[in-house]
Design a protein around this ligand. Structure first.
Ligand SMILES: NC(=O)CC[C@H](N)C(=O)O
Length: 307
């Protein structure tokens, strides 16, 4: 199987549809992105990279950051993390608040916004917010093998200025006694993690440990245990795309996590870490072209995790 040919064919098959979908505009700084961008990067455990289009251009990773924050928070707290966040798909939009009241301030899973906010709170733990954010950025730089990984100040500010919904979720959880830190401290880290910018190449590289039982195969650095790696992948499969997680599993069959910046990170255990980017989204906030690209790759490689 010639992976570069598959990536090139996938890019070519979809390039004419660039611009499809709707670029997120509820965070004003995101609306400025060129809708025609389209990148694909596939990294395999033996260190080979296959790319097409705008794979080297950094974009706002948004909710894809939740995967890395989860990895660090699980390692910090073990299973106790799941006392404050569940592991069931929500079937509701990513920023929904309805379940929080019925379920006593415990979000359904770490990938909806409420769940990610409490996971970020546990990443901070009893440390300063700066130390926690530095740990996250250092991990990403190390895994991506690129010290230029950073966050976009304008996007972070834009998120904070328009963050009434995320504040509502956080205050609701605070009222139930679920947060260790003040709401604004937690959101300060959450908005910055969402505003991290990475390219498809950097993202695919940084997440390779999830395809390799928790170990970065290029350095031998164990990022998380094999058992925790499985858990993260299972949550990506069942909850990674909010209320279209079922659809994504059905169509693509990879573990995945989308972000409203138009990126999708996909993991095929033992085979590859894949990142795609196209800013136009479907109604649920998943990249339209990105999901189609992953479906093409799944079909052409036969890599579905369902056999
Ligand atoms: N799905 C997403 O990427 C949402 C992340 C976005 N920063 C928010 O909090 O709304």
């Amino acid at each position: 199987m010639d992976l570069q040919e598959i990536v090139d064919d996938t890019y070519r098959a979809l390039a004419d549809s660039r611009g499809a979908g709707k670029v997120a505009d509820y965070i004003p700084a995101l609306a400025e992105v060129d809708a025609a961008k389209f990148g694909i990067a596939v990294v395999t455990p033996d260190g080979r990279r296959f790319t097409a289009g705008d794979a080297a251009e950094p974009f706002s990773i948004q909710s894809i950051s939740k995967v890395f924050v989860l990895a660090l928070a699980i390692d910090r707290h073990g299973d106790a993390l799941f006392d404050v966040v569940g592991r069931e798909p929500s079937g509701d939009p990513f920023n929904s608040i309805v379940q929080l009241e019925r379920e006593r301030g415990i979000p359904r899973n770490p990938f909806i916004n409420a769940g990610a906010i409490v996971t970020t709170d546990r990443l901070i733990d009893r440390r300063s917010d700066e130390d926690a954010f530095d740990e996250l950025v250092s991990l990403l730089r190390k895994l991506a093998r690129d010290d230029s990984v950073d966050y976009d100040r304008d996007v972070a500010q834009s998120e904070s200025r328009t963050g009434a919904r995320n504040r509502s979720l956080a205050y609701f959880m605070e009222d139930f006694g679920r947060l260790l830190n003040p709401v604004e401290t937690v959101l300060g880290v959450y908005f910055r993690q969402c505003a991290l910018t990475m390219s498809c190449e950097q993202l695919a590289e940084a997440a390779l440990f999830l395809a390799c039982d928790g170990v970065d195969p290029e350095t031998g650095h164990r990022v998380t245990t094999t058992a925790r790696c499985r858990r993260i992948n299972s949550l990506m499969l069942t909850c990674g795309h909010y209320d279209n997680s079922g659809q994504f599993a059905f169509e693509v069959g990879f573990c995945g996590k989308s972000g409203v910046g138009g990126g999708i990170l996909a993991i095929v255990p033992d085979r590859a870490s894949i990142a795609v980017w196209s800013p136009g989204l479907n109604r649920e906030g998943t990249s339209l072209l990105g999901a189609r690209a992953l479906r093409e790759i799944a079909e052409r490689t036969g890599w579905s995790i369902f056999g």
